[in-house]
Design a protein around this ligand. Sequence first.
Ligand code: CTP
Length: 211
Amino acid sequence: MKKAVKCLISAGPTREWLDPVRFISNPSSGKMGYALAKAAVESGMEVILVSGPVSLPCPENVERKMVNTAREMNEVMKNYFPSANLTIMSAAVCDHRPASTDHHKVKKLEVSKNITLVPNPDILEGLGKIKRPGQILVGFAAETERHLENGKKKLRQKNLDWIAVNEVAEGKGFESDKNEITMISSTGQSIFFERGEKLLLARKILDAVWP
Ligand code: CTP
């Protein structure tokens, strides 16, 4: 049992609001992050799950913090990160948000005139900058091409210990119950997990990053 290990996990998409009835988001279901939270609790860890809007129930014995926008997720992650031993960022954070959010519904003829996007903070990169020795930081890379090459770039750029690279294609990644993952470590290890249920993969990922 991995008692006294504090594990912080992010999951799901973020929503970036244009007005009260319109947002930019992505098809993340949150299943991978929720599976990781379940597997971490099973292994005896104390788990905080920071979740974007998804329809999944909170896994038993997990403390869940619901968030909506990338900026909200950033605040909550930064808050819990200093006391976490293991942090896994599996959320599909929107890289951009509308430059302004209107508090009234924008009339349809005006919508396209009003969309200017500005970058959101890179939450994981921010955590990588404040990581202390002994803390393990794991990211995900959703790639549609040159998966391993792009994954390794993100591992270095964001100062991660591990990155889980998954291919996004029909029936893989985002909304699927199954996934196929290559784990790459900062020390040059590479482990391939063949296509399987996300909960089984989650257990394997945890065994790799926190043996
Ligand atoms: N991530 C994050 N904050 C963002 C964007 C991404 O924390 N604003 C995290 C994701 O949770 C994931 C990792 O960074 O763990 C990689 O995300 P991904 O979408 O694959 O890559 P990006 O860094 O957004 O780069 P690109 O879209 O150019 O592939």
